[in-house]
Design a protein around this ligand. Sequence first.
Ligand code: SF4
Length: 618
Amino acid sequence: MPGYFMKIAEINLTTEEINFITLKEKEVKEFIGGSGIGAKFLYDYTDHKTDPLGPENVLIFMTGPLTGTKTFSSDRFEVITKSPLTGIYTESDCGGKWGEGLKKCGVDGIVIKGEAKKPVYITMKNEEIKVKDASDLWGKDTFATDTLIKEEMGPNSHVVCIGKAGENLIKFACIINEGKHGRAAGRAGVGAVMGSKNLKAIGVLGTKEVKIAHEQKFNQFIKGLFPQMVESTEALRKYGTSNGVEYCESVGDLPIKNWYQGNWEGAKKISGQYMAKTVLKKNYHCGRCVIGCGRTVEITEGKYKTEETAGPEYETIGMLGSNCLVDDIKVICKANELCNRYGLDTISTGSAISFCMEAYERGLITKEDTGGLKMEWGNGDAVLEMIKKIVNRQDLGELLGEGLIKASKEIGGNSCEFAIHVKGLDFPAHDPRGKVSVALGYATSNRGACHLQAFTHDFEDGAALPDLGYKETLDRFEIKGKAKFVVDFQHLMSMFDSLHCCKFIVFGGMTVEPLVKVLNLVTGWDFSKEDFLKTGERIFNLKRLYNVREGISRKDDALPPRILTHPRGGGAGDNLPCLNKMLDEYYQIRGWDEFGIPTKETLKRLELEEYIKQFRVK
Ligand code: SF4
């Protein structure tokens, strides 16, 4: 079928058996690819008894029908698994160049099963797959691993790998693509799952081309969108995602001092604009991307010296910078480099360290716990040392590497009040008190606190999206209408994660209708806008069903006490999100019962009948 190879490689690391599964047409029309097909596979392969770090868990790498085509920013892939950090469904989207490399091997995805007896890596040259001894790679950082595998496979190959964090099963270890350019499948511990399978890396080198149903029309359409895509994304290209640091500080969106403080002077010293004047060397573009929001930075001397390497994104700056009151961009660049080398999620790492700083300030932990580190606000050197302690499981670093739920339980006192997570996944750097749709988006995201499953933070008081029904910007403190707003965006973003392309192309004109058109031109289908968004809804509900099977319900669609009760001031003023009211409306719109479980009618409407018998749904 155009847009697909209709083939998934299934690699069992316990037995070293390799099979190819054929995708069915019905399956791809219902779940598209990326996290849609990934969620379906995860649902079928695992259950509520599956230990995320046991051999029975699976690690799924998926592309989508747009991967490997000329669609803007479509060289991406999704990693889907059961998370060791949250114990529920997780997905992690990654840029770079590996996604297209995988698809060019003639497959749409890979399912990794089992657990190798000793460290291995996988090479894939078109459909020739080999499982090889990785004893010499184990212990190496992600930059070195990437280089060594590329030396073996050739300069056109692409590599995903884990660092020491994944090997040491740190619960928020990530998977890195593109070596020192550091594109990450960052969240919820996908790197720890890879480490638990003793899998160090996967190198791909493919030469196959993706078939396009209406190639000429498709090429013309993409060409026509090109000028707008370039013109409308200039700020992202110039200053990266950290373009918005100062604005976010001014509206109460940027996290400051573990989500406690309203304003902070330091924001201007860690912004994208400041980076451009100081450490920025050049842009980085993921494959097929004309936006180029990635930063390449270098610090040439001093104790924070780095290689020429990936610069910090907005989320990294928010979590390892302002949330720890670190206002030195060089420290943040160094912290980012360390996290990328070790393969640690910068968001959860920043969250763990800011939590630790607050526990230290409140006397719940001391220098004895931290191995002598003074975890005082703004102490950049302590941040860098604590990153090493987390990855090496030393002193308090060992507990922090287990995630906030466990850390706050063991530290005790009132620390659960300032452990800022949903379902165990740390908040990314957007504050629900500054934009109320973010509250609902975090509470209902299928992987815990996530800004990307709804992605409303840039639209609530910023860009309009007329073809999704939002012609004007909204009042960011008003809860009326926000449930529908979040639902609509979650459906669209489910499609982005399945197709699979970067969400930033929406700012360049690739909105709902152009996306539907591109999908139809690539596959030869005849999806209407309604079909498209309903498919997004089906995918979102399937992920919810996975979590319902794990015991998730309304009790878990919650926010931490600090966010619900502490007005942070600054640009958020005294606003506190009325989550329960929004949740009632949200469940009603979704066709879920009062406990947040999809009803029988909803599952029937979404053609998810086969799941009805597995639940006692109303
Ligand atoms: S816009 Fe940025 S994150 Fe998205 S594909 Fe391009 S470089 Fe990668």
